[in-house]
Design a binder for this molecule. Sequence first.
Ligand SMILES: [Cu+2]
Length: 349
Amino acid sequence: MNYLMRACAASLLMCATAQADTRPDDHAPLGVMGDHTHAQGEWMFSYRYMQMNMAGNRDGTTSLSPETIVTTVPNRFANPPLMPPTLRVVPTEMTMEMHMLGAMYAPSDAITLMAMTHYIAKDMDHVTFAGPAGDTRLGTFTTKASGLGDTSLSALIRVGGDTHSRVHATLGVSAPTGSIDETDEVLTPMNTRPTLRLPYPMQLGSGTWDLITGLTTSSSRDGWGWGAQWRSVIRTGENSKGYTFGDEHSATGWLSWRLSPAVSLSGRLAYHDRGDVDGIDARIMAPVQTADPDNYGLRRLDAAIGANWVVGDSGHRLAFEVGVPVWQDLNGPQLETDWTVVLGWQFAP
Ligand SMILES: [Cu+2]
């Protein structure tokens, strides 16, 4: 009871600040999801375009050339025989594009509901080495997958704050609307081109119902803003193909500065931790690092800069954020992230 009364009193105060939701730095840098809440009755629609670019491989923090990978990294499928003892195919580059559609609605000042879905397009370039051993390049190929990703529904619950600050908890669920049986043609070391189920990083969804939890705080004073968010995605159970993607945890903190009443600039650090794949899809079996469920998961620190722009009093906002990893430690040979860009449009009628 006491808690409820405090929450209400706090939300009345925040309601006053929420009315002034027309400052650019009222929203966090664009790459932060579920960063703000709304006042009762408010709607918001958003579109984000995100592109992530990966090139070159590393194991842990050490860079590896394709030649090193195919002559030194064991092939986990080498037994039973007919499979080469080391890897023979190496991913060289990957681009992931996401079109993210979101809607927010606040049935009360204390709770904002958020629905989000994605359209994802991935493509991965590879080099294939000839025969069962050696470092003779046979050729290259590209696999592609695109379609609907997973769809989430979250509640952002205000748990505190005052005139200068806000705090909310996030509790949500992600439904497995993304495909996990994408296939494409590959070039094998024997110079054949079969169509196979694509490895884990090329699939579009997790295949499991996932729990989303988080805590976000943001404050502003005299043109300066700062905030922090912790967010986790916890997988439940095992998907229909027999595996579970690793849980994801991220912590981020940002600083923003209001350049003008309409524009704010931001700097942000984000730490990501992702577990490896648990279980295995029996149809994903090839002498390539991405087919090994252990070569998944990482720890990475990103630095990002961005800008938020409130377009007059039209209810429209535009924003972007560009990030680069400053440190990454990958579980087993994996493509490393080079840079990420997010462009977004938000509209609160
Ligand atoms: Cu919103």
